[in-house]
Design a protein around this ligand. Structure first.
Ligand SMILES: Cc1ncc(COP(=O)(O)O)c(C=O)c1O
Length: 389
C-alpha cells in the first residue's frame, strides 16, 4: 500500500538474508551450528566496565538528556586517550559522542553530501559507507577496489576526484583484516587536501591488533585535521557492542556539521554510558593496551593462528591478519556457494559479496568463537572438502 522512498528502493538486496535464514533453520532443527559470521565479540566486557555500569546507572543524576555533542567529562576522557594512545591533540570542539560509530558514519554524510555528489567507497567494505552514508543521502557511490595484490589498499592515484565530496577509509580493515602504515595515510591525506575531499577514517578496530602491530590514527599525519574526521568505537575494544558508545574526532567544521544533524535526530548516548566509557578509556595509562585488552588480543591471536594454519593446510592461501578479528579467505569460487556449502557442514561464515563485488570470491571468518570451536569448524570444513588437517 505504501511505497518506499526512492532512496530506500535503491538500497541493494540484503545478501546475508539467505544465509541467515538457513542459519535459523539449522538452529531450529537443533543442529550444532558454529557461527563464525558475526562481528560481535563473544568475550565479556572487562570488570572495570561492568562495575562502572552498575554504579553509573544507579546514580539518578545520570538519566537526563545529554548534550548533543556529548558530556564534557566524556570528551575530556577522549581527548586524554587520544593524547596517550596516538600523541595527538584534540580539543573539546573537535570531539563528538556517538551512539555507536555506525550512526556517525551515516550522519556525517547527511551533513555534507548533496544529491548527486560522489562518495568514494572501498570495495569490499563495511556496507554502511555505500548504503547508509551514500545511497540514503542521495549520493553516488564510486567504488575504490581493494585488491589482494595491493595489500587491500585502494590505488588513490587512480581515482578521478571530480565531483567527489567525501571518501571512506577503514584500517585495520573489515572485512579483509588489512592494515596500513603512515606512508599510505600520508598519501590519502594529500589526495584529500589537494582535491577538497572530506576524509572519513573509520578506526573501529584500532585496538584489536597482534604481533606488536599498533594501528595509527590518521590525525597523526600533518595536515590531516584540515580534511579528516576519524571514527572510534568502544564496541569491540571493550566488548560492549550493544551498549552503543563511540566518538568521532577531527576537523572542527566536520564535527560541528555532524553535531548539527544529530541534534535534530537523536539526543546522544545516555549520560551513564558516557561516564562508563570515560572510565574505560582511562584504563589506558600510556600508548600500550591495558591488561584485559592484551589478554583479549592474545585470545584472538591464538584463534587466528589455529584457523589460518588449518586453512593453509587445506591448500588455501590465507594471509595472517595483524589486526581485527577477521580472517579473509580467497575461496576461489562464488562466496555464496562456498558459504552455503559450509553451512551444510554446520559452519557459518559471511559471503564476501555482501561487502562488495570485489569480495565475490572471498568469505569472512569472525574469530568470535572459542579456539576449540574454531578447531572443530576447521575439521568440519576439511571433511567437507576432503582435505586432511
Ligand atoms: C568497520 C566498522 N566500522 C564501524 C562499525 C560499527 O561499530 P559500532 O556502531 O558498534 O561503533 C563496525 C561494526 O561492525 C565495523 O565493522
Amino acid at each position: 500500500m505504501f511505497e518506499f522512498a526512492d532512496r530506500v528502493k535503491r538500497l541493494p538486496p540484503y545478501l546475508f538474508a539467505e544465509v541467515e535464514k538457513v542459519m535459523r533453520e539449522k538452529k531450529a532443527q537443533g543442529i550444532d551450528l558454529i557461527s563464525l559470521s558475526i562481528g560481535d565479540p563473544d568475550l565479556p566486557p572487562p570488570p572495570v566496565v561492568v562495575e562502572a555500569l552498575k554504579s553509573e546507572v544507579a546514580d539518578l543524576k545520570n538519566h537526563n538528556y545529554s548534550l548533543s555533542q556529548g558530556e564534557p567529562e566524556f570528551r575530556q576522557a577522549v581527548s586524554e586517550w587520544c593524547k596517550k594512545r596516538f600523541r595527538i591533540d584534540v580539543a573539546q570542539d573537535e570531539i563528538i559522542a556517538l551512539l555507536g560509530s555506525k550512526e556517525g558514519l551515516a550522519n556525517v554524510a547527511r551533513a555534507f553530501v548533496n544529491a548527486g555528489d560522489h562518495v568514494l567507497v572501498p570495495d569490499p567494505s563495511y556496507p554502511v559507507y555505500n548504503n547508509a552514508s551514500t545511497i540514503l543521502n542521495d549520493g553516488v557511490a564510486v567504488s575504490m577496489p581493494l585488491l589482494e595484490e595491493n595489500g587491500f589498499k585502494p590505488d588513490v592515484e587512480a581515482v578521478h576526484p571530480e565531483k567527489v565530496k567525501m571518501m571512506f577509509l577503514n584500517y585495520p580493515n573489515n572485512p579483509t583484516g588489512a592494515t596500513v602504515d603512515k606512508k599510505f595515510l600520508k598519501q590519502a591525506v594529500e589526495f584529500a587536501r589537494e582535491n577538497d575531499i572530506i576524509l572519513c577514517y573509520d578506526n573501529a578496530y584500532s585496538e584489536i591488533s597482534f604481533d606488536g602491530y599498533k594501528a595509527p590514527s590518521i590525525l597523526e599525519i600533518d595536515g590531516a585535521k584540515d580534511v579528516a574526521i576519524e571514527f572510534h568505537s568502544l564496541s569491540k575494544t571493550f566488548n560492549i557492542t550493544g551498549d552503543r558508545i563511540a566518538f568521532a574526532v577531527g576537523n572542527k567544521q566536520l564535527i560541528s556539521g555532524l553535531t548539527k544533524v544529530k541534534s535534530q535526530i537523536d539526543s546522544g548516548p545516555s549520560v551513564y554510558i558516557q561516564k562508563v566509557a570515560a572510565k574505560a578509556l582511562s584504563t589506558y595509562k600510556n600508548d600500550k593496551p591495558p591488561d584485559f585488552l592484551k589478554e583479549n588480543n592474545k585470545i584472538y591471536a591464538e584463534r587466528r593462528d589455529v584457523l589460518v594454519e588449518r586453512l593453509c593446510s587445506m591448500g588455501y592461501k590465507c594471509p595472517t591478519p595483524k589486526a581485527t578479528f577477521y580472517v579473509w579467505l580467497n575461496c576461489k569460487c562464488s562466496s555464496i556457494e562456498f558459504a552455503t556449502k559450509l553451512l551444510s557442514a554446520g559452519v557459518a561464515v559471511t559471503p564476501g559479496i555482501g561487502f562488495g563485488e570485489h569480495g565475490a570470491n572471498y568469505v569472512r571468518f569472525s574469530l568470535t568463537q572459542p579456539k576449540e570451536r574454531i578447531i572443530e569448524a576447521s575439521k568440519r570444513i576439511a571433511a567437507l572438502l576432503s582435505c586432511a588437517v
